[in-house]
Write a protein that binds this ligand. Structure first.
Ligand SMILES: [Zn+2]
Length: 91
């Protein structure tokens, strides 16, 4: 089980609900209902940044048809682009 750090709510790690949980401070889990609007905003921005990095690395809509080795190589590239972007923005 994983517990929400704010109201102590607990869910199974592989449950459908857990997909919506986030780690605003990169350490502790917070359930969807306990996220503040500003946390939600920065998480959404973060997801958009990651999607942009995947797109820039060539993993847009046609990634499914790609050989696995190429996919993994491009995924590494996407992660570096994303980390670089995060460092540039200071978080
Ligand atoms: Zn909660």
């Amino acid at each position: 089980m994983i517990g929400c750090v704010r109201r102590g709510r607990q869910v199974e790690q592989f449950s459908r609900e857990f997909i919506t949980w986030e780690k605003p401070d990169d350490q502790r889990w917070v359930c969807e209902g306990c996220l503040t609007p500003s946390e939600r905003q920065s998480i959404d921005a973060d997801h958009a940044d990651f999607a942009a990095a995947m797109e820039a690395a060539g993993l847009g809509t046609n990634a499914d048809a790609m050989p696995e080795t190429e996919y993994l190589m491009r995924e590494d590239l996407a992660n570096s682009l994303y980390e670089h972007d995060r460092a540039r923005k200071g978080n």
